[in-house]
Design a protein around this ligand. Structure first.
Ligand SMILES: [Zn+2]
Length: 359
């Protein structure tokens, strides 16, 4: 009797204890963010900041794109690390003077993210840099062999603990699909991004091939994983002028990256919209009521080793404004088309502030 009473008490205590503990222990607080919660700080390479301090933001550009670790192992490819750093700081300082406050660097580890380099150039130039986790198109043997949940764990590890042994955390998850569509590895990466985003509240930004309506394929996977479209920017959406495709995705809640603007300088033979056509698409999207679903960026680089030696010089010759193309060319042209200062501010300041501080 005494024994069974004790056992009952024990079980009761255990039950009460479990009920009391459950809400605190599982799911952890960070897993259950709600829209009603205050905006989170935005993670920059120099630490978290108040979202109101993001200012004018380029949400899809690259300080560098190469291969994993290459700035450490073969810096001579960019003229040496110190010389490259000085070139980057010079360009960032000019950008700061022309009104760019923040760059979101969407180079994940597999295409050469170097977090200490990003910290260094941000500190020296005063331009805020948001780094990313995630994965681009071509997996190494190691990444190809991982499961969806392992990839999601890797993204979360960086988001929750920091990148490459530092305490610098990424502010966005980058994933990609191109004209070949959702290959088996890329499907794993997209699903992993969705799971890591749902677990941490960190938004997702993509590389896609709008001409083949591949954004819709990405959307299918995100939605199958239960990720809200409001947490996703479908990048490079300006490679098409198909308003049916663009308004369809915006209506579902996706942000559209009008982020390949300098690509519009390529000769018409390339079959891509001119930069003026891209701006016209922006105006049409604004007129259709989607001002809050647009991002403007350049997808430019200061250094690139994924193409032949001299490729960066060829690109800079085509686009001497580099990462200032949007501010020097696209925005003045949008004003000519009748886009107001308030609408430009909404797209370049308010939209990034909301997107990168998503609760
Ligand atoms: Zn890019």
């Amino acid at each position: 009797m005494r024994q069974s009473s004790t056992r009952r008490e024990f079980l009761t205590q255990l039950g009460v204890g479990a009920i009391a503990l459950t809400p605190n222990v599982w799911p952890p607080r960070s897993y259950e963010r709600r829209a009603t919660e205050a905006p989170r700080p935005v993670q920059t390479v120099l630490g978290p900041i108040d979202p109101a301090k993001l200012g004018f933001t380029l949400p899809h550009d690259h300080i560098f794109a190469g291969s994993a670790g290459i700035l450490e192992t073969w810096p001579a490819l960019v003229g040496g690390r110190a010389a490259f750093r000085d070139r980057v700081v010079g360009k960032l300082t000019t950008m700061k003077a022309e009104g760019v406050d923040t760059i979101v660097d969407v180079t994940p580890s597999d295409i050469g993210r170097d977090i200490r380099f990003l910290e260094d150039v941000s500190r020296r130039s005063g331009v805020q840099i948001v780094a990313c986790t995630g994965h681009w198109l071509n997996p190494s043997l190691t990444m190809a062999a991982r499961t969806v949940d392992e990839l999601a764990d890797f993204f979360r590890l960086e988001i929750e603990h920091g990148i490459d042994g530092t305490d610098v955390k990424p502010g966005v998850i980058k994933v990609a699909t191109d004209r070949e569509g959702v290959t088996p590895f890329l499907e794993k990466a997209l699903r992993a991004a969705a799971r890591a985003s749902k677990a941490t509240g960190t938004s997702v930004t993509t590389h896609t091939y709008a001409v083949g309506r591949i954004g819709e394929k990405q959307a299918e996977i995100f939605e199958a994983e239960g990720l809200s479209p409001t947490s996703v920017c479908l990048g490079h959406s300006d490679e098409t002028t198909d308003m049916d495709y663009l308004t369809g995705l915006a209506r579902r809640g996706y942000t559209l990256g009008i982020d390949h603007n300098p690509q519009g300088l390529r000769p018409p033979a390339a079959g891509l919209p001119s930069w003026q056509q891209r701006a016209t698409t922006v105006k049409q999207m604004i007129d259709a009521g989607f001002t809050d679903k647009l991002f403007l960026s350049n997808d430019w680089y200061f250094g690139v080793t994924i193409a032949g030696t001299g490729a960066m010089d060829v690109m800079d010759k085509l686009n001497p404004d580099g990462m200032l193309f949007v501010t020097r060319k696209t925005i003045p042209y949008l004003k000519q088309l009748g886009v107001t200062d308030a609408q430009i501010r909404a797209i370049t300041v308010d939209n990034p502030r909301r997107f990168f501080s998503r609760a």
